[in-house]
Design a protein around this ligand. Structure first.
Ligand code: JFZ
Length: 581
């Protein structure tokens, strides 16, 4: 009996050990698995499908907004939408050109739509004949050609897959005009199309970097886990995006068009379109410039994440000319400044007014977007043993001195790159940076909701809303404040005394009566104001210039609070200090 008990105890111990080892191994695998992603910093998103062929128009009507939602917005019956496939023949598609464009731009991975919400597979699928090989005159598998070229050129090939929404299928989510009771049949869709197609993508296209699942809808945690386990079973190194749903996934995708509001110390992606639409829309000309894209890349890297920039190929398979030209300029900048992007980590500083920062051990990369008028760059609150400060491009050594706890760098008269001129600070030993925000000489300083210390019932909340269809906006606000005890307080440092306007960016529901409030500075100055209506939506933010304050040199605290609010008070997005001149 004793031997039996001993054997059971040993077995339990070993099982527990195995579980612990397995968990540890899983954690190591997870770290190894995500390493390429965290080092990549920059990827190309591509939305390409039948919607690209329609290009934002259906029966001569333009549907302004994101083009890949055309079928849903025009409530196109499946039978009609299928006809679109019969004329989809992207003869200008050239995988070599696409991959060369991405590689020259400095992008390390491509995420392309394998099946978007319209249910059309851009790859050969035996699970559904509604695919580019079986249903179109093109007859080729463009994802196979793209995957092979990515493998040849050393880019990761990754697939977007809409695992819940599928407007072509009775059990897919989202098509209430053909299939009003689709929710009841999701299980059948999940088993007969979703999972078989995921398996096809994982077994027919070589090593895959990640599967970019999207909009999990009514999926259960078990179903999300089923997809995660399936990916890791067929391709253990393949990552799964957080949009697989239910807090499952190997890394986090932010909301569409969402810049990170603060440093995020885990792998994440921030995704934006090059113009306004993910899928090609011929009349969408609202392109982001090379400068905008370079600065977005740096800002996202400065918060610790990757920039996933979307290009929408045309229905004929060519890339939009503006995307090709813009990416070339972004790539030229990256080629000269790649050391300050790839393999870096997040910034060492609180928000920097003149630009942003990325870091490597012993190195600070200072990305200067706005050249100071006096050609002296204030690097706030930095104390470390500096070996040198140079221009990254060209290596020119720069003179520097210290002033009131800041490092003052003497800059050349002109930026060497108007988009972003990078300085590299080489230092030894410990790095200390004052976490308090510094007002830069003569510059506007904006402080945001998440930067505030809250008291009383005051809370912060993230709100998201659409302006043009599919054009998502996001904001963090201070809310839930009613009395003098409910306040939001910002701490900052002024190297020099000065006068500043205080501007509040807020929304205030028009149905509420006007509310008196106070801006209180730690040196006992006060600004009094009464709220102004901004309309009926929390997203209707407007800037309100409140008044002028004298900011003394040194650390200052500024609090905002209502005076006896009975119901609502403002949804405050940011506080701005503007030099009074
Ligand atoms: C989804 C798709 O509907 C869209 O067509 C595009 O593919 C985009 C990349 O992803 O749209 C979303 C999904 C999630 C959010 C917003 C838009 N979100 O969480 O804010």
């Amino acid at each position: 009996m004793r031997k039996m008990m001993l054997a059971v105890l040993v077995c339990m111990y070993l099982t527990g050990m195995n579980a612990a080892i397995a968990d540890e191994q899983q954690a190591v695998n997870s770290t190894n698995r995500v390493q390429w992603f965290t080092e990549a910093k920059f990827g190309m998103f591509m939305h390409w499908g039948l919607y690209s062929h329609a290009a934002g128009v259906w029966k001569d009507k333009k549907y302004y907004g994101i083009g890949e939602w055309l079928m849903h917005r025009a409530k196109i019956p499946v039978a009609e939408y299928e006809i679109l496939a019969t004329s989809f023949n992207p003869v200008k598609f050239n995988a070599k050109d696409w991959v060369a464009t991405a590689k020259q731009a400095g992008m390390k991975y491509i995420v392309i739509t394998s099946k978007h919400h319209d249910g059309f597979a851009m790859f050969k699928s035996n699970a559904s004949k509604f695919n580019v090989v079986d249903a179109t005159p093109f007859k080729r598998d463009p994802l196979k050609e793209l995957a092979d070229e990515c493998h040849r050129e050393g880019l990761k090939i990754c697939f977007y897959y809409s695992q819940f929404q599928d407007w072509h299928e009775p059990g897919g989510g989202g098509n209430s005009w053909d299939f009003p009771n689709n929710k009841e049949k999701f299980g059948e869709y999940f088993e007969t199309k979703c999972k078989p197609q995921i398996k096809e993508l994982l077994t027919n296209y070589g090593p895959i970097g990640l599967i970019w699942f999207d909009t999990p809808g009514i999926m259960t945690k078990e179903q999300s886990h089923e997809l995660l386990d399936m990916v890791h079973k067929y391709q253990p190194q393949c990552l799964v995006s957080s949009r697989v749903g239910n807090d499952v996934g190997d890394y986090t995708d932010l909301g569409d068009h969402e810049l990170p509001a603060e440093i995020i110390k885990k792998p994440f992606e921030s995704l934006f379109t090059h113009n306004d639409s993910w899928g090609y829309v011929w009349y969408d000309k609202n392109w982001r410039s090379p400068k905008e894209l370079v600065q977005m890349l740096v800002k996202i890297n400065g918060k610790g994440g990757n920039f996933l920039l979307n290009i929408g190929p045309q229905g004929d398979g060519a890339l939009p000319e503006m995307s090709i030209r813009t990416l070339k300029k972004v790539g030229d900048w990256l080629e000269k400044n790649k050391e300050s992007v790839y393999g870096t980590s997040y910034s060492a500083f609180p928000e920097l007014t003149w630009g942003d920062c990325t870091t490597k051990p012993g190195k600070l990369y200072l990305h200067v977007f706005d050249w100071p008028k006096n050609c002296v760059l204030r690097v706030p609150g930095l104390s470390c043993k500096i070996d040198s400060i140079k221009l990254l491009d060209g290596g020119k050594k720069l003179k520097y001195s210290s002033e009131a706890g800041d490092v003052m760098v003497k800059l050349p008269a002109e930026m060497s790159d108007q988009m972003d001129t990078v300085l590299v600070v080489a230092y030894e030993g410990d790095l200390k940076v004052d976490p308090v925000r510094t007002i830069m000489d003569g510059c506007e300083t904006t402080m945001f909701a998440l930067d505030a210390k809250l008291s009383g019932e005051t809370k912060t909340k993230k709100i998201s809303w659409m302006e043009e269809f599919g054009d998502w906006k996001h904001a963090n606000i201070v809310e839930k404040w009613k009395t003098e005890k409910d306040a939001a307080t910002w701490k900052f440092r002024a190297p020099k005394a000065g006068q500043y306007w205080v501007e509040l960016d807020y929304s205030y529901p028009s149905k509420s009566k006007r509310q008196e409030a106070v801006i209180q500075l730690s040196n006992s100055q006060q600004l009094l104001f009464e709220t102004k209506d901004t309309g009926d939506k929390a997203s209707h933010f407007q800037p309100h210039r409140i008044g002028v304050v004298d900011i003394p040199a040194g650390q200052v605290e500024m609090s905002v609070y209502p005076v006896g609010a009975e119901d609502a008070f403002i949804n405050l997005r940011s506080v701005k200090l503007i030099p009074f001149e």
